[in-house]
Design a protein around this ligand. Structure first.
Ligand SMILES: N[C@@H](CCC(=O)N[C@@H](CS)C(=O)NCC(=O)O)C(=O)O
Length: 290
């Protein structure tokens, strides 16, 4: 590995496969499918192809919240997409998300299946479909959507910037870690100030803005991401902590966090979800120590 301080970019960039980075085997400079792969389809109207990362968890929390409100049309099958194995480059998956990233949703409830990709678009789609977690009054709706889109623009600095260079890059580059730690702390402060003035991000009500931001910044505050809680002194963001606990105590958020999860305690991992009763098996596992 070349010392970053000695690197002079050539006139033309070329792709060096296997550059040692954590995701070197799946990162490519080209889009499109690498192989033919038929995706499974379950019995429910909504088919989710995802993984229990913060971006995936947004959608499973939303679906569990909708079901908790009594929207039976939000019943879903959640299938596991193993991004480390390259499942996101299979032909059927790329047909749903040409950007080859989880989460991807197929709504088969109408005469023609509707595909939705990008977690923010999925949250808005579900909120509008079921008339929940997205205010209709213009001012409240604008505030909710502002924080929702804040997440879409901000989290790549946290994940792709800070998380990548702090936890995954094959070399620790002080300049990069410093730059993205500063930005991540600034973002935590933005949230902390908002949550000092408001119970939830959009205002007094829990909305898709909270559902989008919680898996990233709530997770960071609770020490679930990158082993960086001490480095970033996350306990100092008291309002973010209060809000993260409030959401983390919601049964639907707890269930959503388990779906398509492939790390952590085995009893917290529900690799696929096809039925509400699937969670009961997990509770049983916990009780019996399985
Ligand atoms: N902006 C996208 C980001 C999705 C995303 O980055 N997904 C990651 C996992 S968290 C992924 O599928 N990565 C696979 C890859 O990059 O090949 C969204 O919010 O849906």
């Amino acid at each position: 590995m070349t010392n970053s301080s000695e690197y002079t970019p050539p006139a033309v960039w070329t792709w060096k496969q296997g550059n040692g980075g954590r995701f070197a085997n799946i990162n490519r400079p080209i889009a499109g499918a690498t192989h033919e792969k038929v995706l499974p389809v379950g019995k429910h109207p909504l088919q989710l192809y995802s993984l229990g990362t913060p971006n995936g968890v947004k959608v499973t929390v939303m679906l569990e919240e909708l079901l908790a409100l009594g929207h039976s049309g939000a019943e879903y099958d959640a299938w596991l997409i193993k991004i480390g194995d390259g499942d996101q480059f299979g032909s059927d998956f790329v047909a749903i998300n040409p950007n080859s990233k989880i989460p991807a949703l197929l709504d088969r409830s109408g005469p023609k299946p509707i595909r939705v990709f990008e977690s923010g678009a999925i949250l808005v789609y579900l909120a509008e479909k079921f008339g929940a977690f997205l205010p209709t009054e213009p001012a409240a709706r604008a505030e909710c959507l502002s924080w929702l889109f804040w997440q879409m623009g901000s989290a790549p600095y946290l994940g792709g910037g800070f998380g990548h260079f702090y936890a995954y890059a094959p070399v620790k580059i002080e300049y990069a870690i410093d730059r993205f730690a500063m930005e991540t702390k600034r973002q935590l402060d933005v949230l902390d100030r908002r949550l000092a003035a408001s119970e939830y991000l959009g205002g007094g009500d829990y909305t898709i803005a909270d559902i989008a931001v919680w898996p990233w910044y709530g997770g960071l505050a609770k020490g679930w991401l990158y082993g960086a809680a001490e480095f970033l002194q996350v306990q100092d963001y008291k309002n973010v902590q209060r809000w993260a606990d409030q959401i983390g105590n919601r049964p639907a958020a707890r269930r959503g966090r388990m779906v398509n999860r492939v790390q952590g305690e085995l009893s917290s991992q529900l690799h696929e979800r096809h039925d509400a009763a699937d969670f009961d098996t997990k509770t049983q596992d916990k009780l019996t120590g399985g």
